[in-house]
Ligand binder design. Structure first.
Ligand code: GLC
Ligand code: MG
Length: 433
């Protein structure tokens, strides 16, 4: 990963469904809490890796449905496809490795002789992954039968059962664990091995992640029976693996704290009026807090009072400016008043804001420029035209010694997925008083 010049402070390798993403929480609270924590405290010097069973098609679908961050590395199709960065550049070296001793046609041919195997959708059939649905009661027996059949054809395969229903056939050298081991090798060659790695999962295809040496691991509280059983049989005495008491992303946050991997208080868990601690200070943290305050104001989750507006004003440099996407420059403090009009305008509408790829750059001894992407969603479906969302974008968190000096917004034309994203820049400086 070229974004970081040195070793990542923390690398999180997380499964998505029922681990990072809680499909039983329509509010996506733990995911939003994790996002805020990651962007305020880890993004700048750490790596976020998503490792999912989903194909690229279903992965992109999930990103349309849930408030997710952009990972640095995306591992899809149960460790058979690795891509880097926002543009998802594929790792061809990995493909070469997987091609060895693999013949997809033979797998399909042999599997078609087993009537109990029900083929998954076309999107989930990938160059190095053939996937079926199998009844829980027959999983073990069928796995055995299949591996015997494929061994006779001299194929080196791996059969993985997950979620009490999915059966994947992959090359032996593939899988989430092998893909992670491959990444570790790459980092090592570059002299950038992560200082700490935390793997997170809930089901059978995640088990391999926990057997990679040196990693910390968290099985979220809602982990599937097959993963817990694997753990009981293979890793019971490994003190670096925990079964969290919290569900999904809540379990990941819990593990960060329990293993002492770094701060684990999400800015979403800190009340607006709480005094901020010195350890919280930092430009990324300010940007995250600002956007949470903005969301809460529009959701009417904070009290509608004059002092709130006054303190927001006080947090901006008197000469601070706001540069509208149209190019018009306004006084930041005056602009704060405009927020009064939008108090609670999104109340009860499922409105959420989350910031992504928050990257501060120090541009002088006391000033930072922070670039980030702001995502907004309204009730799962977005209908705001991008012009209307800009004009009030001028408040700032009041509990900090960092002051906003300039806010610059560039609207992204059109609507991406079902959310609006905007590229933003904050310029922040230390309070001279
Ligand atoms: C995801 C994939 C599916 C796979 C399952 C378990 O749900 O879409 O194809 O079988 O993960 O790995
Ligand atoms: Mg899962």
């Amino acid at each position: 990963m070229d974004r970081l010049e040195t070793s990542a402070r923390l690398m999180i390798v997380s499964d998505l469904d029922h681990t990072m993403v809680d499909h039983h929480d329509p509010e996506n609270l733990s995911l939003l809490r994790f996002n805020a924590l990651w962007e305020s405290k880890y993004r700048h010097d750490s790596l976020l890796v998503f490792s999912t069973g989903r194909s690229p098609t279903l992965y992109k679908q999930l990103r349309k449905e849930k408030p997710m961050l952009t990972p640095d590395i995306t591992i899809m199709s149960v460790g058979t496809e690795i891509t880097y960065g926002i543009s998802m550049v594929p790792d061809d070296g990995w493909v070469d490795i997987l091609n060895k001793k693999w013949d997809r046609n033979i797998v399909v041919e042999e599997a078609s002789k087993v009537p109990e195997l029900k083929l998954q959708s076309e999107t989930e059939q990938r160059p190095h992954k053939v996937s079926f649905y199998v009844d829980k009661s027959k999983a073990q027996e069928l796995t055995k039968e299949l591996s015997e059949k494929l061994a006779k054809r001299e194929l080196d395969v791996k059969i993985i059962y997950s979620g009490g229903m999915d059966l994947d056939i992959l090359p032996k050298s593939a899988g989430k664990g092998q893909a992670l081991a491959y990444l570790f090798q790459k980092f090592k060659k570059e002299g950038k091995s992560p200082k700490n790695t935390l793997v997170c999962g809930d089901s059978g295809n995640d088990a391999e992640l926990f057997s990679i040496p040196e990693v910390y691991g968290v099985m979220v509280s809602n982990a599937q029976e097959e993963l817990l059983q694997w753990h009981a049989e293979n890793a019971k005495h490994n003190s670096k693996i925990i079964h969290a008491v919290e569900r999904c992303a809540g379990g990941i946050i819990q593990a960060i704290g329990q293993f002492g991997l770094g701060p684990n208080t999400s800015p979403r868990d800190v009340s607006e009026t709480a005094d901020s601690h010195l350890e919280d200070a930092g430009p990324a943290h300010e940007v995250v807090k600002f956007n949470i305050s903005y969301e809460k104001w529009r959701r009417a989750e904070v009290e509608h009072c004059e002092t709130y507006i006054e303190s927001l004003k006080a947090s901006c440099l008197p000469t601070g400016s706001f540069i509208h996407p149209s190019g018009v420059e306004k006084c930041l403090r005056e602009s704060i008043c405009a927020m009064k009009r939008i108090y609670g305008d999104e109340e009860g509408k499922g409105y959420r804001v989350w910031v992504d790829r928050v990257l501060p750059t120090k541009i002088s001894s006391d000033t930072w420029l922070v670039k980030f992407v702001k995502w907004e969603v309204l009730g799962g479906l977005i209908s705001l035209p991008s012009t209307s969302l800009q004009s009030y974008y001028m408040c700032y968190s009041c509990h900090s010694s960092l002051l906003i000096t300039q806010l610059f917004l560039r609207a992204v034309k059109g609507v991406l997925y079902n959310v609006i994203s905007s590229y933003c820049m904050f310029s922040l400086t230390y309070n001279p008083f």
